[in-house]
Design a binder for this molecule. Structure first.
Ligand SMILES: O=C(CO)COP(=O)(O)O
Length: 252
């Protein structure tokens, strides 16, 4: 097994519907017995970042924003910046989630600029990549993931990668109940490492955590977590349920 620490993130997306419910989710985690070897990160909507930060009592759990703009300040109505997130004591930001790419039209280049800005502000980045069903069926998975990564490679130096976790999230598996098979996920993770090895360095390829996202639940997490190149998960729907604890403990 590698020295890469197992990482489980809960991407709450635009959930739950009140700060009280957000605190209830935190309470479940505060009381749970979590595998001390897993890094646990929860990502509430921006408005709940600070109350959730304050509600977390288990030091093993840290917080992530779900997005950040690449400008530090200015006339950008509706945006928040990485430096504001950092100042609020939030260590992580998710960037390039497929919902941002698809619904909000974020290009590879915009995601790369956001990554650069987040790293410059001192945040750690959960960088999401992944192909659509049409792209997978067209045999383009590797090409698509490499394109998404190469835009970020252009904006970064090898040393930046210790602050990046790559989340491979095939779009066809997100929120659909169709999880990638362990073989499909493992194969793409190997391809991601092969790409990093040539585009950045062999050290970055072997040390960067590559986690999987897309319909992960307590029933499939153990099998996926047993794969050599799957270093954890980014969980959507199941991170809002008590089974999130079982996913955190998938390697226990
Ligand atoms: O998008 C995801 C995590 O970022 C995955 O969502 P689901 O776990 O709901 O499929």
């Amino acid at each position: 097994m590698s020295t890469r620490q197992f990482f489980v993130g809960g991407n709450w997306k635009l959930n739950p519907t009140s700060v009280g419910k957000a605190k209830e989710l935190v309470e479940v985690l505060n009381k749970a017995e979590l595998d001390p070897n897993t890094e646990v990160v929860i990502s509430p909507p921006s408005l709940y970042l600070i109350p959730v930060r304050d509600a977390v009592s288990n030091k093993q759990i840290t917080i992530s924003a779900q997005n950040a703009y690449y400008k530090e300040n200015g006339a950008f109505t509706g945006e928040i910046s990485s430096s504001q997130i950092k100042e609020a004591g939030i260590p992580y930001v998710i960037l390039g989630h497929s919902e941002r790419r698809t619904i909000f039209h974020e290009t590879n280049e915009v995601v790369a600029l956001k990554t650069r800005a987040a790293l410059d502000a001192g945040l750690k980045v959960i960088l999401c990549i992944g192909e659509t069903l049409v792209q997978r069926e067209g045999g383009e998975t590797t090409k698509v993931c490499e394109g998404q990564l190469s835009a970020v490679v252009k904006q970064t130096k090898p040393e930046d990668w210790s602050n990046i976790v790559i989340a491979y999230e095939p779009v066809w598996a997100i929120g659909t109940g169709k999880v990638a098979t362990t073989a499909q996920a493992q194969e793409t993770h190997v391809d991601v490492r092969a790409y990093l090895s040539t585009a950045v360095s062999t050290t970055v390829a072997s040390e960067t955590r590559v986690i999987y996202g897309g319909s992960v639940n307590s029933g499939n997490a153990k099998d996926l977590a047993g794969q050599q190149d799957i270093d954890g998960f980014l969980v959507g729907g199941a991170s809002l349920k008590p089974e999130f604890v079982d996913i955190i403990n998938a390697r226990k």
